[in-house]
Design a protein around this ligand. Structure first.
Ligand SMILES: Cc1cc2nc3c(=O)[nH]c(=O)nc-3n(C[C@H](O)[C@H](O)[C@H](O)COP(=O)(O)O)c2cc1C
Length: 357
């Protein structure tokens, strides 16, 4: 099987969830024996269709625009058995680069009008490759893909040309350290989907449920933590990608924010069977306490002060916020006695492993 995999994310590969999902899919396809060419549209020149219809009249089957689509990509596309269209979801559909690529496949059609069922269509000039659509979205609900899916089924599905639809909501969360093991399962399922498309021509329900599995159970907590991140980006005048590259994480503006970040950032795989109560007593710009109980690989928070914590941290709130966000080194601040820790200091040493702070 010859496959052309087209990635339309404009982002650098290390930031692009489209590219990361596509890479897993392509690995699976290659494992199953397919020959796959991967094309990143951000490094190609694909101009918008200008609607001249020369490809239907003056030079049938050949586009008049001289760019990478005409010279390289259309010939690869037309020779492929399957084209994977991998696009970030922008405004609930494929992004403009992918749409430009798709519009430039017009030479595959002839201008004539014929009836298909009860509707008017143009006949094909050549065999059209089958299509697998892959898209990733920022929002957590699967319904964000319903318009895209409806369009894909109308344009390709009704002619039996749509081999697969792979949609991953909440894709930005795939790079969060606290969700690493779930993300790995999603990438493994995507790799399996690649194998199944090549071997069986479709993706099994089991594999699809692995790809679409829930990433964060508590959507309200996800909204709150996402909003803390956006406030941090605005205050620090940085894009999320710049924060990620600098190793910075969201800064809590209140004890309530702090509690949410700790709950969201908790890494169950690092905790294992650990059982501990950690109490924070804050002074300075925000005064108050909160406690966390780690047990059975889970965590719960309480505003109440735990009576017999295993570890108590007494700290200025802004200092701890700077440690959390990566601006200050927690160990160095401890050595310099800028905050106090009492009890099991082994837990303090594991804070980074447990919460990424
Ligand atoms: C211009 C623009 C429009 C977007 N529109 C949507 C949208 O309609 N629904 C959604 O859930 N996410 C939307 N997003 C978020 C992206 O789909 C999400 O960040 C995705 O992970 C980006 O993929 P990439 O990392 O491969 O570029 C949009 C992002 C941008 C920049």
């Amino acid at each position: 099987m010859k496959v052309l995999a087209v990635n339309s994310s404009p982002r650098k590969d290390e930031h692009s969830k489209t590219k990361q999902m596509l890479t897993a899919l392509v690995e699976g396809m290659r494992e199953a024996g397919a020959h796959v060419d991967v094309v990143d549209l951000k490094s190609k020149k694909v101009r918008n269709c200008i609607g001249c219809l020369s490809c239907w009249t003056k030079t049938p089957g050949i586009c008049s625009i001289k760019d990478d689509m005409t010279s390289e990509l259309f010939p690869l596309w037309i020779e492929s058995d399957l084209a994977v269209y991998a696009s970030p979801l922008y405004h609930f559909t494929v992004n403009a680069s992918m749409k430009a690529f798709i519009e430039r496949t017009l030479p595959v059609l002839q201008p004539f009008l014929i009836t298909f069922g009860t509707e008017t269509v143009h006949p094909l000039r050549h065999k059209h490759p089958k299509i697998a659509l892959l898209s990733v979205a920022g929002f957590p609900e699967h319904s964000v893909f319903s318009q895209l899916s409806s369009w894909a089924n109308f344009i390709y599905g009704r002619f039996g040309m749509l081999s697969a639809e792979i949609y991953r909501p909440l894709a930005e969360a795939l790079s969060l350290p606290s969700l690493e093991s779930k993300a790995r399962e999603i990438f493994d399922a995507t790799r399996q989907a690649g194998r199944e498309i090549v071997e069986n021509g479709k993706i099994s329900d089991e594999t699809m449920s692995g790809i679409t599995r829930d990433l964060v159970g508590d959507v309200k907590l996800f909204h709150d933590v996402g909003n803390i991140m956006w406030k941090t980006c605005i205050n620090e005048c940085m894009s999320p990608a710049e924060m990620w590259e600098k190793g910075l994480v969201p800064v809590p503006g209140s004890i309530a924010d702090f509690r949410k970040l700790m709950l969201f950032g908790f890494m169950p795989q690092a905790a294992g069977d650990m059982k501990a109560v950690i109490r924070f007593d804050f002074t300075g710009s925000r005064e108050g306490s909160c406690s966390f109980t780690i047990e059975n690989g889970g965590i719960r928070a309480s505003d109440e002060t735990a009576d017999s914590p295993d570890l108590t941290i007494e700290t200025d709130f802004d200092l701890w916020a700077d440690i959390m966000s990566g601006k200050l080194d927690g160990r160095q601040m401890f050595t310099e006695q800028r905050y106090k820790a009492q009890g099991d200091l082994g837990i303090l040493m594991r804070m980074h492993e447990l919460f990424g702070v």
